[in-house]
Design a protein around this ligand. Structure first.
Ligand code: GAP
Length: 448
């Protein structure tokens, strides 16, 4: 039986509160009242996101022979977005409530008595009075150059994918690639979402991790299956519970304008099952449209073959992945009669891998040993030194930011050169030699 409810202590509100309290995520421009669905990332948020990007890059590029990287511009020639279909079809159906003046996506309305009331209408009244749906283009507009007229109109990219398609010729003529091969890109995208919300789940400015995989048309369905399995595996390998991950094929009427088929990797967030990542079979839609619009041939030419490759696209987002990893990792428990909040993040995702704590912050011999170990550790992994406050309080702080290992320097260290290694999840403490502690943690991190 498929789970219908998130298993765990997390709620979006608790995650947002912890993220703010511990310096992961802050509301953007807060001193001016904030900006709808924009967030800033603090120190630990920056480290977590960098680790997510690193893991994606490692599995998508570094550990493969068939992948190359790209970093294309955010503002492209506006003709790109005409040819891609985004100017004409990248719409959400929008309805206004005449009573409370709020706007909603028509496709997010719950079926209710009248069939048209939003499921979570903030000022919901029985007389909710909605307009007919109308199309709203999600692309942010800007102007390039000194004049603000039709001719200078440009867009902030709503997906990174198009930067890849328009570089197909550059990549195939400059790098040693041959279908099946992929071009992977990480970067900011922008959408003027109508109903953003749920913390960093749906943002107006977000970061995507997308890969376009170019294959011979006859092999496309096989690769479509392959990438679905591969992307599911990746999320689970980094700690998402299997019971919180499912694959859901799109119905024909929900397919994006470019897609022949699509399957979402869905995650059971505390708000229910939602798209975490999309895997789309884009056919030759993009290469064909850009070739027609630009007059440039975008095809694969081999010794005795010539064809327009088909594309499989796994497309995810750093912000949404961060939220899923935080929700899955969040735990509350009572230990020895005291409540403990802990982020059981996968060690490779944890912002800080190890904390070095002298038991008595005022003992200069302990501080000296602890500083020495910390300075050695931080050369090979993200580490923290903390000698302020009682040891229990310091552990609690490290638990809340998800640090997997704590190293405590105490009186015994000064006698026999050993330190206490505390495990975040089991709370087990073992005595290990200070000498070689960095290598031991390095090995554990590599094996995790
Ligand atoms: N190129 C295909 C594409 O952009 P998408 O399903 O619209 O497909 C892919 O987006 C992924 O990007 C989503 O699965 C999600 O992880 C992330 N994403 C999309 N819109 C987002 C938003 N408004 N806020 C945060 N993440 C978003």
């Amino acid at each position: 039986m498929e789970l219908q409810q998130f298993e765990g202590a997390a709620t979006i509100e608790k995650i947002a509160a912890l993220a703010r309290r511990r310096g992961f995520v802050y509301p953007s421009s807060e001193i001016y009242g904030g900006l709808g669905s924009s967030y800033d990332y603090g120190h630990y948020g920056v480290l977590l996101r960098q680790n997510i990007r690193n893991e994606w890059q490692r599995s998508m590029i570094q550990e493969r022979d068939d992948m190359v990287a790209l970093d294309s511009a955010i503002i492209l020639n506006p003709k790109v977005w005409v040819a891609s279909g985004h100017v004409d079809t990248f719409f959400d159906p929008l309805v206004d409530c005449r009573t409370c003046k709020l706007r909603f996506r028509a496709d997010h309305l719950a079926s209710s008595a009248c069939g048209r009331r939003p499921s979570k209408h903030p000022g919901e009244t029985p007389d909710c009075d909605l307009t007919e749906p109308r199309n709203f283009n999600l692309m942010f507009e800007t102007h390039v150059g000194a004049l603000r007229d039709e001719a200078s109109l440009a867009y902030l990219r709503p997906e990174t994918a198009q930067g890849i398609f328009v570089n197909f010729k550059n990549v195939t003529s400059s790098l040693r690639v041959k279908p099946p091969f992929g071009i992977a890109q990480i970067g900011k995208s922008f959408r003027n979402e109508i109903t953003p919300g749920n913390f960093i789940f749906r943002l107006r400015e977000f970061e995507q991790m997308e890969m376009e995989y170019f294959v011979p048309p006859d092999d496309a369905w096989e690769w479509f299956e392959y990438w679905q399995a591969e992307r599911r595996r990746w999320h689970i390998s980094l700690g998402l519970r299997e019971s919180h991950v499912r694959m859901r094929a799109h119905e024909p009427d929900e397919l994006a304008h470019y897609a022949t088929a699509a399957t979402d990797v869905e995650y059971l967030f505390p708000i229910g099952w939602q798209e975490l990542e999309g895997v789309a079979y884009r056919g030759d839609y993009d290469l064909r449209h850009h070739a027609e619009a630009s007059g440039t041939k975008l095809e694969w030419v081999g010794h005795d073959e010539r064809y327009v490759p088909h594309v499989i696209e796994p497309a995810g987002g750093v912000d949404r992945f961060s939220l899923a990893f935080l929700c899955d990792a969040y735990d509350e428990e009572v230990v020895a009669g005291r409540p403990r909040t802990v982020l059981r993040l996968h060690p490779r995702l944890a912002p800080v891998k190890a904390a070095v704590l002298p038991l008595i912050g005022k003992d200069s011999a302990m501080v000296e040993r602890a500083r020495g170990l910390y300075e050695e550790l931080r050369r090979s992994m993200s580490a923290e030194y903390d000698d302020a406050a009682a040891i229990g309080k310091r552990y609690r702080r490290q638990d809340e930011i998800g640090t997997p290992w704590g190293l405590t320097i105490d009186e015994q260290t000064l006698v026999d050169g050993t330190v206490t290694l505390r495990d975040r999840d089991t709370l087990e403490q073992e005595r290990i030699p200070l000498e070689g502690a960095t290598e031991l943690l390095r090995d554990r991190l590599d094996a995790s």
